[in-house]
Design a protein around this ligand. Structure first.
Ligand code: GDP
Length: 296
């Protein structure tokens, strides 16, 4: 009914005869549509504000190129600001550390953390030719430990043998030691998730981080939860410090709002995106694709 943002911007500016540059009124009309579209895509309000200000700065007084319409000119500016805000291409996982390189996976229960751990391990094994060991630190949910072991078998990645009665930190230390002795390149630590953010969870994750000094701390967040995912990212970053984000369920009908908010609020790169339940449904993050989703 409303059309895509691109259509709306073209529509609103179509009445303009071609002039030398965009006026403040033209830009204000366009910005109203941009604001509406971002809010519909569930982008955080603070991000919408800074975003539209950036577009305004670039657009007011901008020369309209001879070859394009004012509408196309504004769409190009919005697209450029989207890509700037979403961050660069190809900020993948890094390994420039002495092996075994610890990677800590954090996030809420149900975000896709365990699945993403296995997906990443599979990719590192197959594409990067790394020897990977995975360990589940979820001491409260034996089913989670078994889930990781099953996924490990499916993707052909080793998992740390389960020993009952150990704390998360003890398991993490045992995993790093086993990886060192076994000549593994990477050790992935799948921390326990909770349904909601709570202090016990944060304290445990912080303790595991201090004990293992991970090279990457990746937050796994569900893109479909929008603003909640952003609040989760903010809380984890403040408490434990993140190096990047894995955004899952990008195969759902999310319009890219979570990606934009996450990156703008935390400043942390989105390193990978989950695009399905299967263990190979993992992709690099492409800002231009998300920009296209938002612009339509
Ligand atoms: P955890 O509690 O955070 O460890 O979550 P799980 O890894 O167990 O995932 C919860 C559910 O989400 C499972 O059914 C997964 O198959 C599913 N899932 C995980 N990532 C994705 C994704 O990118 N897309 C879709 N559609 N489902 C996913």
């Amino acid at each position: 009914m409303f059309g895509t943002l691109s259509d709306r911007l073209s529509g609103i500016l179509s009445g303009l005869t071609r002039r030398g540059s965009l006026t403040e009124d033209d830009v204000n009309a366009a910005l109203r549509e941009v604001r509406k579209a971002l809010l519909e895509a569930d982008v955080a309000l603070e991000v919408v504000r800074t975003f539209t200000e950036k577009v305004r700065e670039r657009a007011v007084g901008a020369e309209v190129l001879k070859s394009i319409t004012p509408g196309q000119q504004v769409i190009k500016i919005v697209n450029d600001v989207l890509i700037d805000t979403l961050g660069g291409e190809g900020e993948g996982i890094t390994f420039d550390a002495v092996p075994p390189v610890p990677i800590l996976m954090v996030g809420l229960q149900g975000s896709g953390k365990t699945t993403s751990t296995a997906k990443i391990a599979k990719r590192l094994t197959e594409r990067n030719k790394k020897r990977v060991l995975m360990a589940s630190l979820d001491t409260r949910r034996p089913a989670a430990m078994e889930q990781l072991a099953i996924l490990g078998q499916q993707v052909g990645v080793a998992t740390l043998p389960i020993v009952a009665g150990q704390s998360a930190v003890q398991i993490a230390r045992r995993a790093v030691e086993a990886a060192r002795l076994g000549g593994f390149d990477v050790v992935m630590l799948d921390t326990a998730g909770r349904v909601t953010l709570d202090d016990t969870l944060m304290a445990e994750v912080a303790e595991v981080k201090a004990a293992t000094n991970p090279h990457e701390v990746l937050l796994v967040a569900d893109a479909l939860t929008g603003q909640d995912a952003v609040n989760t990212a903010r809380a984890f970053d403040a408490r434990v410090g993140l190096t990047g984000i894995v955004l899952t369920r990008m195969d759902g009908d999310g319009r890219g709002g979570a990606a934009l908010s996450m990156r703008a609020v935390t400043g942390k790169p989105i390193k990978l995106v989950g695009t399905g339940e299967k263990t190979d449904a993992l992709e690099d993050f492409h800002p231009s694709r998300v920009a296209n989703r938002i612009l339509g």
